[in-house]
Design a protein around this ligand. Structure first.
Ligand code: AMP
Length: 228
């Protein structure tokens, strides 16, 4: 396959972090909490897909049933989304990114390698399975700015059911609402995504685990982002 991203592959200062974790591990809470100077563009395939579903595009229609059932959207759709999002950022002169939720399979990782998208590090955010399940039923999301809240713990909205930023009414993600779908997403993660850790380790890419059930997760996340 032709190399589509020479800007990233030539080692001219590009820096790509793959952020992965069991559902509701708190990836977006950690990226939102980063100090301004460490923030960088986040390419989140789940967010892009949800926007496509909401807009009713043909890609959204194609992806919707997979998402509603907690299954992975086909790789070719994901690679199209990723290539397009990265191309747009690169046109704006950006070469450092956090990839949130992609790759999710070894096949996606290999396709990224073929496309010339290097990975500098993988950060694996972890919480116990019971915590992930419990957080799913308590997660609320702003449909506008995408900020994530929890009805339990320290990330509650200031006013019940209302986004602190844009005052929109918070919603429950469709794939959080059904415990069966939550269970499928967890199983899919265990079976298809966790093998990526060994895949990257054998390629010499650092894989750093951050436990997000304690109080030091943000500090550990910042350290992980600086791993060379
Ligand atoms: P997320 O917001 O990352 O939990 O993603 C929500 C849903 O979007 C997932 O359950 C999948 O159906 C789909 N999705 C997001 N990223 C990917 C990916 N890299 N590969 C396949 N499906 C994805």
């Amino acid at each position: 396959m032709k190399l589509n991203f020479p800007q990233l592959s030539q080692g001219d200062g590009s820096d790509i972090t793959v952020l992965t974790g069991i559902i509701n591990a708190g990836k977006s809470t950690l990226t939102t909490a980063l100090p301004e100077e460490l923030k960088r563009p986040i390419v989140g395939t789940g967010d892009i897909l949800r926007e496509a579903v909401a807009a009713g595009t043909s890609m959204g229609l194609q992806a919707k049933s997979y998402m509603d059932n907690g299954q992975l959207v086909p790789d070719e759709v994901i690679m199209g989304i990723l290539s397009e999002a990265l191309s747009q950022h690169i046109q704006n002169g950006e070469t450092s990114f956090i990839l949130d939720g992609v790759p999710r399979t070894i096949a996606q990782a290999e396709q990224m390698e073929n496309l010339g998208i290097p990975v500098n590090r993988v950060i694996h955010i972890t919480v116990p399975v019971e915590v992930a399940q419990n957080r799913a039923s308590n997660r609320r999301v702003c449909p506008h700015c995408k900020r994530t809240y929890s009805l339990i713990g320290e990330h509650r909205p200031l006013e019940d059911g209302v986004c602190d930023n844009c005052h929109a009414e918070l919603i429950v993600r469709k794939d959080d609402a059904d415990p069966q779908v939550v269970a499928t997403r967890i199983k899919t993660y265990m079976e298809q995504t966790t093998p990526l850790f060994n895949h990257y380790r054998t390629k010499g890419v650092p894989v750093i685990t951050v436990d997000n059930s304690g109080t030091t997760a943000l500090t550990e996340f910042i350290e992980a982002l600086n791993t060379k």
